[in-house]
Design a protein around this ligand. Structure first.
Ligand code: DOR
Ligand code: ZN
Length: 345
């Protein structure tokens, strides 16, 4: 039995830091685990320009604890009126690593998102030409589409069109939750990949709805039925470079989750690697963890892999029921459970 695992330091290819006090509280958790993270731009107001992204990056860098090496990679929040020149300049200047497509009103702070994908075709054309990665929240928002079908419907209505009309555009299908998305990504070209969160590997929709409403297991896209979870586990542990780590850690205070209208998002940053490792161990795929966590993401984004290494060792680690944040508290993913690995040192 393997008792320790030394791998290149991983990166998180999908993450929410928020801003202000919450950001100050959550950045250290991610910086402890990851060398870099793709930072989502769904702030209020959203990060829609290179200037806003540069300022936000400064604030994140200032929140990294002294002596810790961590680099935030910024994304541009696409709207119906995104300026392709500003985006291209921001990418050329090293401010933007990717741009994020939120369908308008699909999720938290997405009201300014894209109302019709056709409206951003000139932007996508420019991104394809410049090699800028497009990150997609793949859910339709139509009220007549069942929430559990919104990802599969997005594939039919939009993913096929985007990948057909921009065959060389680099696309990351974010936080996939269905077997349909796994198949779509597998059958697409090498420029189409996906991130997978720890929660979608661990829980199915029962975890959200059985025994009373479980708000801390609610995120978007919502967890689906068990067959989909199993498809995601197979994809993540398959050794295919099309699937890589993206936590979608999305901090909301406990008071905002335990409310009559609870926010979507699971805060998994404090124990993210430990959570993924439990899955890879259960699937007998510890030897494939480094690819998923540390190699395939940089390869897709065209960035160097991290030279630094980390060691994970077998040890019981008790996840607290809550963690203090901004004078209130927040419930981490796996609250109250014991995980079997920890980061050494
Ligand atoms: O559960 C989610 N929370 N899904 C998202 O797409 C956004 C995120 C957030 O920002 O809270
Ligand atoms: Zn997200």
């Amino acid at each position: 039995m393997t008792d320790s695992l030394t791998i290149r330091r991983p990166d998180d290819w999908h993450l929410h830091f928020r801003d202000g006090e919450i950001m100050l509280g959550v950045v250290p958790y991610t910086a402890r685990q990851f060398a870099r993270a793709i930072v989502m731009p769904n702030l209020t107001p959203p990060v829609t320009t290179a200037a806003l992204a540069s300022d936000y990056r400064d604030r994140i860098r200032a929140a990294v604890p002294p002596g810790v090496r961590f680099e935030p990679l910024m994304t541009c929040y696409l709207t119906d009126t995104t300026d392709p020149d500003d985006l291209a300049r921001g990418a050329a200047d090293g401010i933007f690593t990717a741009a994020k497509l939120y369908p308008a009103n699909a999720t938290t702070n997405s009201a300014s998102g894209v109302s019709d994908v056709a409206k951003i075709y000139p932007v996508l054309e420019r991104m394809e030409a410049e090699g800028i990665v497009l990150c997609i929240h793949g859910e339709v928002t139509d009220h007549d589409i069942d929430v559990f079908d919104r990802e599969a419907e997005f594939i039919e209505r939009h993913m096929r069109a985007i990948t057909r009309d921009f065959p060389n555009l680099k696309v990351v299908f974010e936080h996939i939750t269905t077997a349909d998305a796994v198949t779509f990504v597998e059958e697409s070209g090498i420029n189409v990949a996906a991130t997978i969160t720890p929660q979608h590997l661990h829980i199915n929709r029962n975890a959200m709805l059985v025994g009373g409403i479980q708000p801390h297991n609610y995120c978007l896209p919502v967890a689906k039925r068990e067959t989909h979870r199993l498809a995601l586990r197979r994809a993540a542990t398959s050794g295919s470079p099309k699937f890589f780590l993206g936590t979608d850690s999305a901090p909301h205070l406990r008071s905002a989750k335990e409310s009559s209208c609870g926010c979507a998002g699971i805060f998994n940053a404090p124990f993210a690697l430990e959570s993924y490792l439990a899955v890879f161990e259960e699937e007998n795929a510890l030897d494939r963890f480094e690819g998923f966590a540390s190699l395939y993401g940089p390869a897709f984004y065209g960035l160097p892999v991290n030279e630094e290494q980390i060691t994970l060792e077998r040890a019981d680690i008790a996840v607290p029921e809550t963690l203090p944040l901004t004078g209130e508290d927040i419930v981490p993913f796996h609250a109250g459970q014991t995980l079997g690995w920890r980061i050494a040192g």
